[in-house]
Design a protein around this ligand. Structure first.
Ligand SMILES: C[S@@+](CC[C@H](N)C(=O)[O-])C[C@H]1O[C@@H](n2cnc3c(N)ncnc32)[C@H](O)[C@@H]1O
Length: 247
């Protein structure tokens, strides 16, 4: 990216500068901002157009499977009760899909985990990979669900330079952090590495949840911006980011 050079060395300096340098126009007030990691509490339809540079959009939008009514997910997880939005197929079609279309048009690359049930609503990706979970993640019309698809948009940063597989087995479980469906950190770091070419790449997650993308970015030394419409999830993400780097 044209402006990438000015990012070099940012984390060693400690970020304390103008938000313009983070690819964000200065009128927005962050919920959290430290060492190149920024969280915005708000609707990504309002916030995303304010971000002027995004090299990789890595995101896990709502799956539209709970109707926002909640439901116990086991393992001590909290119920999924959507306060500010609807976890419905209509919401996916009207809100999430246009955001992903915007991300595809404006970011260098985009990786989306659309879930199985409504993945057909999203634009046709350049490639499809997956996290394969042999022990199953749920139950579908034909038995236990073992597949969590990843849609890849744009060009593989390693195309022609020794590409890596587009999927992997996933046996790791997400930490119980208060969000109803956090992603496990290790596979998420794997996806982030898959989608980035340079340490200077800016990562953006418009459906941040408890901040797994931001935590992965911090651990790997990237600058990143996350957005969530629910303040309680911004708070969880900010707490996760306050911890020191996990290697
Ligand atoms: C599947 S969860 C993401 C979970 C995340 N990957 C994690 O590891 O915690 C989707 C998130 O999108 C958020 N969301 C839904 N509509 C939104 C919108 N219009 N703008 C910003 N966030 C939104 C929800 O609050 C929810 O936390």
């Amino acid at each position: 990216m044209a402006g990438a050079a000015r990012w070099r060395g940012l984390e060693t300096l400690g970020y304390a500068g103008d938000r313009e340098d983070l690819g964000v126009r200065s009128e927005m007030t962050p919920y959290y901002e430290r060492n190149g990691i920024t969280i915005y509490h708000g609707d990504c339809r309002d916030v995303l157009p304010q971000i002027s540079q995004m090299d990789l959009v890595l995101t896990d939008p709502p799956y539209g499977i709970d109707g926002g009514k909640g439901g116990s997910r086991g393992r001590g997880k909290v119920n999924y009760i959507a306060n500010e939005w609807e976890d419905s197929p209509e919401y996916i079609a009207k809100i999430c899909v246009p955001i992903i279309e915007y991300a595809i048009a404006n970011a260098g690359r985009c990786i989306v985990t659309p879930g199985l049930k409504h993945m057909h609503l999203y634009p046709v990706p350049a490639d499809v990979g997956c996290f394969w979970t042999p022990a199953s993640t749920g139950f579908g019309a034909w038995g236990h669900t073992t597949l969590n698809p990843s849609f890849y948009y744009g060009r593989d940063p390693r195309a022609g330079k020794g590409q890596t597989p587009n999927g992997r087995q996933m046996t790791e479980q997400a930490e119980v952090d208060g969000h109803p469906c956090p992603k496990p950190l290790i596979p998420w770091k794997w996806l982030l590495i898959k989608g980035t070419a340079e340490l200077t790449d800016i990562i953006v997650d418009p459906f941040m949840g408890s901040g797994t993308t931001l935590r992965a970015a911090k651990d790997l030394g990237h600058c990143a911006i996350g957005i969530d419409i629910e303040e309680r999830y911004c708070e969880i993400a900010a707490k996760r980011l306050a911890q020191e780097v996990l290697l």
